[in-house]
Write a protein that binds this ligand. Structure first.
Ligand code: HEC
Length: 664
């Protein structure tokens, strides 16, 4: 998902974007510095090396691996890389992702040293604890040759969080603490709770819930802006419940903010970045709880009034596992999908692919206890035939679940759409739409829309045993599925694919295909045409397109109703973010930073606002908007909420704002 086999240039952007997205890195700063250095040397390979050097020395995160992968697509031999890698082991070009497997993994991860915790156990520690262990603690001898700067980047790489972020992001640093605690009396009134608004993921808000009439749309004005401290980008969609906005950011902080004024109630620091929309509900014991997941595959429950941790459950110990999808809540259970970054692993011998399988876990909402966990690929990974160099790859792997599940209350069934395979043969449940029994997690049916899509970044390459021999196009399902009602009581399960094809399956006939419609404006686009999610009203489904534009397709038969190209107001083109519909408008955010409202009837633009600029903030943190990407706009209680500053896989403009609009 999110990475495509492409020319080196676009791949640079995609891969960098992916890594920046993961680690909240200031992409623009890194790229500028690297360009400056390469201009001085005039060489392209030098550019990549500078990029690696600059980015690592600034941030010390694990994305150098990816830059190596870029070089692989440029047909450099593995030997060359290894040489380059080793020669790059100068203090300034320290690469923790190489250093760890070469120096630490001989104990950490080795069956010969069972006392040494695995990398995934070390991953659970804070960067501060790891830094202490390798500077003054029991591991100081193991990293004796490293400078303090390199020890810091090693600790940040292992923990996937920046040192010092805890103090920087805390609400205690803010000037606008609310005077009273939030109340959770009526959760369903004028709310947008979780990713898709409702159990069906329609992202279609009624006038009663949204509180913005058709005639008021052109009168939307900025009411307040909230600045997130220490973040490079904002990527989590907010949830709005009982007048409180909940939102997670890339530093690992989750904030609860008053919807009307922007005063802040509390902050909670997760182990690493939080990009899922939080889900809020009141338990039978009357306690209001907010649930969300982080990029180390931890699920959290915190008290919605105070932000105090209630429980934390790890859903997958795999070192590359993560949660990107918002959980669904139904009858005292939570349903959390799990995805991963294993397909962007470095080549052997640094990493032997692949052992991750996508899954959905059902948790008891009160205790966090796992009730069931179903893998999208039934067969557990096992050793595959050894490669020419006697290295041991694994499989089957893949089938990550990136998007929020649909809950079918009528059939007591959960629907997901899955990502590509990392190994071949691609399992039949990759790039598929699947139905799971809510109670047991049993797979009821699965319909594969694209077979043979095994894909790994940096492939094909003759020297990389991780590479599938027949590369697929990496056309995952990233966007969540939507369960739409048709006139006459029939229903349709919609899945938008990175290929730009919208697939309509029949949820009441074991997923049989009803129709499919291709809406791609540029087939060659390596980033995926439909990536983040659509909205369905009573007649149409709407999707934003990475190539720039919004499309409306009739839900009954897949007829294209309109397509409005959006070229990005002279700045960055592209509107890949999830869209949101209300009676009278479809809202779509652009990588140019502009939020637009389009007429659902003909796609004409009826309102727009440019968020890509500096803005005063209510909480005293310097604020600047950037691109609008993955998370969709949210409408509830007479207000529109938009977060601005998405870098992602599309090299968007960074930013740190949550903006609140209301009609004037
Ligand atoms: C020779 C084997 C060996 C090597 C090499 C090694 N470790 Fe360890 N490490 C251990 C063992 C064993 C433990 C368990 C705790 C203990 O016995 O001190 C441990 C514990 C740790 C801990 C947890 C410490 C704590 O306080 O909980 C961290 C963090 C750590 N190692 C990091 C590293 C890093 C980073 C490297 C590479 C620079 C590394 N280790 C190299 C064997 C090793």
């Amino acid at each position: 998902m999110l990475f495509e086999h492409a020319g080196a240039h676009s791949l640079n952007h995609i891969i960098l974007g992916a890594i920046f997205e993961d680690y909240g890195i200031d992409a623009v700063k890194v790229k500028k510095m690297a360009q400056h250095q390469s201009r001085r040397s005039g060489s392209d390979d030098r550019y990549l090396r500078s990029l690696r050097h600059v980015s690592t020395s600034i941030y010390g995160f694990a994305f150098s691996a990816i830059l190596i992968a870029i070089q692989m697509t440029r047909c450099l031999l593995l030997a060359l890389f290894t040489a380059a890698l080793l020669s790059a082991q100068t203090p300034g070009a320290f690469m923790p992702w190489v250093y760890f497997p070469q120096n630490c993994a001989k104990c950490h991860g080795s069956p010969d040293v069972p006392r040494a915790p695995s990398q995934s156990s070390l991953r659970a520690l804070t960067p501060e604890a790891i830094y202490a262990a390798i500077t003054t603690g029991s591991m100081s001898g193991q990293s004796a040759g490293l400078s303090d700067e390199n020890k810091r980047s090693l600790a940040e790489y292992i923990a996937e969080r920046r040192l010092g972020i805890a103090a920087m992001g805390d609400v205690k640093k803010m000037s606008n603490l609310c005077e009273s605690k939030p109340k959770f009396d009526d959760l369903s009134r004028q709310a947008w709770n979780g990713y898709g608004l409702d159990a069906e993921n329609t992202r279609y808000q009624t006038t009663a819930g949204g509180g913005i009439a058709r005639s008021e749309i052109p009168k939307l004005k900025l009411k307040w802006a909230f600045g997130f401290p220490g973040v490079s980008q904002v990527w989590g969609q907010p949830s709005v419940v009982s007048g409180t906005v909940f939102i997670g950011v890339d530093t690992g902080y989750v904030y609860a903010i008053d919807a009307k004024t922007g005063c802040v109630h509390w902050s909670f620091l997760a182990d690493t970045g939080v990009r899922t929309a939080p889900r809020i509900d009141v338990l039978p014991n009357k306690r209001a709880v907010a649930w969300f997941g982080d990029l180390k595959a931890n699920a959290y429950a915190v008290d919605a009034s105070t932000g105090a941790l209630i429980w934390k459950t790890n859903l997958d110990p795999h070192v590359r596992a993560r949660i990107t999808a918002a959980p669904a809540y139904f009858e005292n259970r939570l349903y959390f999908p799990v995805s991963s970054t294993e397909e962007v692993s470095p080549p052997p011998p640094l990493y032997l692919c692949c052992t991750f399988r996508g899954s959905v876990a059902a948790l008891d909402a009160e205790s966090g206890r796992k009730v069931w966990q179903t893998y999208t690929i039934a067969e557990a990974p096992h050793p595959a035939p050894k490669d020419a160099k006697n290295l041991q790859p694994w499989g089957p792997a893949g089938g990550a679940v990136w998007g929020a599940p649909v809950i079918d209350r009528r059939k007591r069934t959960l629907y997901i759409a899955t990502g590509d395979a990392y190994t071949e043969p691609a399992p039949a449940t990759t790039d598929a739409v699947m139905a799971l029994d809510l109670k047991s997690g049993k797979v009821l049916w699965s319909m594969q829309d694209l077979p043979n899509d095994a894909w790994i970044v940096g492939c094909p390459s003759p020297d990389n045993a991780n590479c599938p021999k027949q590369m697929g196009p990496d056309f995952d399902f990233g966007a969540a599925t939507i369960l739409a009602n048709l006139p006459g009581g029939k229903r349709v399960l919609l899945a938008g694919q990175k290929s730009g094809i919208i697939w309509a399956h029949d949820p009441d006939a074991r997923g049989v295909l009803l129709w499919k419609t291709g809406v791609s404006r540029s087939k060659a686009d390596p980033r995926g045409e439909i990536v983040w999610g659509g909205a369905a009203d009573t007649t149409n489904v709407y999707y934003g397109l990475t190539s720039g534009g919004v499309v409306a397709v009739r839900v009954t038969d897949g007829t294209k109703v309109w397509l409005t190209p959006i070229n990005g107001s002279g700045k960055l083109p592209g509107t890949p973010g999830a869209v949101t519909a209300i009676p009278g408008a479809v809202f779509s955010g652009g990588l140019d930073g502009v939020i637009r409202a389009l007429s659902p009837e003909d796609g004409s633009v009826v309102w727009e606002y440019d968020t890509a600029r500096a803005s005063p903030t209510v909480n005293g943190i310097p604020g600047k908007g950037g691109s609008l990407g993955a998370p969709g706009p949210v409408i509830a209680g007479g207000m529109l909420f938009v977060n601005s500053g998405y870098v992602g896989v599309v090299s968007g403009m960074p930013g740190n704002l949550l903006l609140a609009f209301a009609p004037e």
